[in-house]
Design a protein around this ligand. Structure first.
Ligand SMILES: *Cc1c(COP(=O)(O)O)cnc(C)c1O
Length: 434
C-alpha cells in the first residue's frame, strides 16, 4: 500500500493547535481514536473529498450526515448566489421559513408545527425545555449510547450499564444540571419500566434516537419502540424522537414513518440544512403552541430560519420528496456494503459484526450480535483504528471512530462501492494476519 503524503495537513494541524483547542472545532475531527492527525480539506464534490496534500478519498463521513445528495450538490446550491445577494439574514420573517415548515410538517406524522433553530444541540435542548414546560415535570430519561448534542443535561451516560442517576460525562457540568436526567439502556424495556415504576409521575419525557447512529448503528428490537411509546402514554410522559440523523435519511419521514410510532416531539438537524447549520424541533399543535411567543416556554435565535439555510435545505428536501426511489437506491447501496463486508469477513476469518438498518450501516469489531450499548462497548477499537488507516491508504475515508455510522449519499456510485468492498477485503486480509 502506498504511503500517503500528509505534510500540508500536518503543518496546518500544528498551526491550528495554537489557536483552536485541539486544533479542531468539533472533537471527532481530531482523528484521535484512529491514532493520527486530522486531514485538512481542500474541497469536496459528490462522494469525493480532496485533502490539502492532493489526496483524494471516497468519503463515508459526509459531514456526519448532512450531505445526503453528496458534496457541492447542484440541487442544494441552485440559486444560492442570488439568494445571498438579497441579503443573508434579516431578523425578520420570510416566506422561505413557512415553506420549510410546511415541507417538514408534511413529511413527519408526529409534527403539526415546527420551530427552526441552528443546530441539533439547540433542537434537543429546546425540546426538553418544552417537554418540561408542557408537563410541569422535571425529570428526563435518556439512553446510554444515544447522543443528543452537548447541552449540560444530556451530557450523561451510565458508567456501569446499570440504571443509575445521571453522572455528568464532562467537566463543567454541574451535578445540579444532570440531577433530573435518568439513564436507561437502549433495547431494555424492562429497565425502562423500572425507571417509570420508581419515578413515573416525575418524568417529563423520554428522549431517544429511535435508531441510534451515535454508538455505531443499532437496530431497535422487535416491540421496543412501541413499548417505549406505551410506557410514556401510561405515565403521562412525552416521547421525544431525536431524528437528527435518521430524519430524511432512514426514510423521508424518518424512523417514525418506518416503525409507525408517533412521538410527541421530533428533533431534526443535519440533512434539513442541506449543508448549512440548521436544526428544528416540532410536534403536536397542543405542545408546540406553548413555545414563545405563542406560549410561555421561551426559545429564540438571531440566525434561526436563516434564509440561505432555508433555501438550501428546502431544495434538498423537495428533491427527496420528488424522488421516493432515492431511499430504495440508498438502501441498496447500504446492503451492497453490508453483504460485501460480510463476505470479506467470512473469507478472512475476521471477527466482526455488520449492523444495517435500512440505509444506515456500520461494522463493529465485536463478536455480535450487537444490540445493546454494552455489546457496542465490547468492540475492539484498536482493530478499528488499524482498519481505518488501511482503508485511508487505499483512498477510502471511513468515519474516524468505531462508534459512528457510514454516511452514504446519492453520489456514491456503484464502482465506488465496489472499490470500497475491494479495499475492505484487502484490509481484512492484513487484519487477519495480526
Ligand atoms: C449530531 C447529532 C446531534 C447534535 O447536532 P449538532 O448539530 O451537532 O448540534 C443531536 N442528536 C443526534 C442524534 C445527532 O446525531
Amino acid at each position: 500500500m502506498r504511503m500517503m503524503d500528509t505534510a500540508r495537513s500536518d503543518k496546518l494541524f500544528e498551526r491550528a493547535r495554537e489557536v483552536i483547542p485541539g486544533g479542531v472545532n468539533s472533537p471527532v475531527r481530531a482523528f484521535a481514536s484512529v491514532g493520527r492527525h486530522p486531514l485538512f480539506v481542500e474541497r469536496a464534490e459528490g462522494a469525493r473529498v480532496w485533502d490539502v496534500d492532493g489526496n483524494a478519498f471516497i468519503d463515508y463521513i459526509g459531514s456526519w450526515g448532512p450531505s445526503i445528495l453528496g458534496h457541492a450538490s447542484p440541487v442544494a446550491l441552485e440559486g444560492i448566489g442570488e439568494q445571498a445577494l438579497k441579503g443573508t439574514t434579516y431578523g425578520l420573517p420570510t416566506e422561505l421559513e413557512i415553506q420549510m415548515a410546511e415541507q417538514i410538517v408534511e413529511a413527519f406524522p408526529g409534527m403539526d408545527m415546527v420551530r427552526m433553530v441552528n443546530s441539533g444541540t439547540e433542537a434537543t435542548m429546546s425540546a426538553i425545555r418544552l417537554a418540561r414546560g408542557f408537563t410541569g415535570r422535571e425529570m428526563v430519561v435518556k439512553f446510554e449510547g444515544c447522543y443528543h448534542g452537548h447541552a449540560d443535561q444530556l451530557l450523561v451516560k451510565s458508567g456501569s450499564g446499570a440504571l443509575t442517576l445521571g453522572i455528568p460525562t464532562s467537566a463543567g457540568v454541574p451535578g445540579e444540571s444532570t440531577r433530573n436526567t435518568l439513564v436507561g439502556s437502549y433495547n431494555d424495556l424492562q429497565g425502562l419500566e423500572e425507571l417509570f415504576r420508581n419515578n413515573g409521575g416525575r418524568i417529563a419525557a423520554v428522549i431517544m434516537e429511535p435508531v441510534p447512529g451515535n454508538m455505531g448503528v443499532v437496530a431497535p428490537r422487535e416491540g421496543f419502540l412501541m413499548g417505549v411509546r406505551s410506557l410514556c402514554d401510561r405515565h403521562g410522559s412525552l416521547l421525544i424522537f431525536d431524528e437528527v440523523i435518521s430524519g430524511f435519511r432512514l426514510a423521508y419521514g424518518g424512523a417514525q414513518t418506518v416503525y409507525g410510532i408517533r412521538p410527541d416531539i421530533t428533533c431534526l438537524g443535519k440533512i434539513i440544512g442541506g449543508g448549512l447549520p440548521v436544526g428544528a424541533y416540532g410536534g403536536r399543535r397542543e405542545i408546540m403552541s406553548r413555545v414563545a411567543p405563542a406560549g410561555d416556554v421561551y426559545q429564540a435565535g438571531t440566525l434561526s430560519g436563516n434564509p440561505l439555510a432555508m433555501r438550501m435545505g428546502l431544495q434538498v428536501l423537495r428533491h427527496l420528496a420528488k424522488h421516493p426511489e432515492f431511499y430504495r437506491e440508498l438502501e441498496e447501496k447500504a446492503r451492497f456494503l453490508e453483504e460485501g463486508f460480510g463476505a470479506n469477513l467470512r473469507r478472512c476469518g475476521v471477527e466482526a459484526a455488520v449492523n444495517r438498518v435500512g440505509t444506515m450501516v456500520c461494522q463493529f469489531f465485536a463478536k455480535g450480535p450487537v444490540e445493546t450499548y454494552r455489546q457496542v462497548m465490547e468492540s475492539d477499537t484498536k482493530r478499528y483504528a488499524a482498519y481505518f488507516n488501511r482503508m485511508l491508504e487505499q483512498g477510502i475515508l471511513m468515519p474516524p471512530s468505531q462508534f459512528e455510522a457510514l454516511f452514504l449519499s446519492g453520489a456514491h456510485e456503484e464502482r465506488m462501492l465496489e472499490m470500497t468492498v475491494s479495499a475492505h477485503g484487502k484490509a481484512m486480509e492484513t487484519l487477519a494476519e495480526l
